[in-house]
Design a protein around this ligand. Structure first.
Ligand code: ATP
Length: 250
């Protein structure tokens, strides 16, 4: 088995008396999509925040390619290749699609983010940004103002921005949220191909997408991992069916 890109070892986070993460261990291996699912309040966002650096665990470790990053701030993690997409858009709506991608690429260099420098004149950044837009199918919209994009296209642009980091892994927070059938199909196709470039830790409520895409699924309930396995194992797992998917299963 290849060494994991990301590894969580007994990560624990408390909010007062509530244990939002209870000794959670999981890993993300090269080439895989690993979905993290669980009912509302299960602790998915809390766990993502500890992976990306927004929250510090009370106990346990987060490692990236064998390096303990538990104490590293978010920008340092991004520079190590941890790319995340957000549930709520972080895009600059008044700027063009290309400008957003270039800003992402600029962030990856660690340079101070500036909306005022003529960033589009930086040929290297621009090349990275254009390649990312091409990859997600937005090349012909490069000059469009981001606010004019459809919701699905904005989600694709978020993936393009993440791609400009030359990521070692993606952490994706509900990439299908708000997408219609067509948008979901397009995003599913995009993620399916992206796993070859960098593995994806996928938090997603759309179970059809999860079961179509995931190589492995981890089920979180009340802060605790109740099962990890291939989609078929998870579908059959009795604890999962009772606790989360409902007795009937998907
Ligand atoms: N900053 C905080 N302070 C106190 N409690 C919190 C905080 N953040 C989250 N919680 C609690 O921790 C638990 C886990 O919440 P979390 O948002 O991680 O779940 P989730 O699985 O992401 O839910 P959803 O699917 O609804 O986004 C919940 O009971 C929540 O109320």
């Amino acid at each position: 088995m290849s060494a994991p890109i990301l590894a969580l070892d007994r990560v624990t986070k408390r909010f007062g008396a509530l244990e939002a993460s209870r000794a959670v261990s999981l890993d993300l291996r090269p080439g895989e999509i690993h979905a993290l699912i669980g009912p509302n309040g299960a602790g998915k966002s809390t766990l993502i925040a500890q992976i990306t650096g927004a929250l510090r665990p009370d106990a346990g470790t987060v490692s990236l390619e064998g390096r303990d990053i538990t104490g590293l701030p978010t920008p340092a993690r991004a520079r190590l290749g941890l790319a995340r997409t957000f549930q709520i858009s972080q895009l600059a709506m008044g700027h063009t699609v290309l400008e957003n991608a270039v800003l992402g690429a600029q962030g990856a260099t660690g340079a101070r983010l500036s909306l005022w420098r003529p960033i589009l004149k930086d040929a290297a950044l621009r090349a990275v940004a254009e390649a990312a837009l091409q990859r997600v199918g937005l090349a012909e919209h490069a000059g469009a103002v981001t606010a004019e994009l459809s919701h699905g296209q904005r989600r694709q642009l978020e993936v393009a921005v993440a791609l400009t980091l030359a990521p070692r892994l993606f952490v994706m927070d509900e990439p299908m949220a708000g997408l219609g059938l067509e948008g979901t199909a397009a995003m599913t196709g995009l993620l399916d191909g992206l796993r070859a470039e960098a593995p994806i830790l996928l938090v997603e409520h759309d179970m059809d997408a999860v079961f179509a895409l995931a190589d492995r699924i981890t089920v979180l309930v009340a802060g605790e991992v109740i099962a990890t396995g291939a989609p078929e194992e998870i579908r059959r797992n009795r604890d999962v069916r009772v606790a989360y998917l409902g007795e009937e299963g998907p």
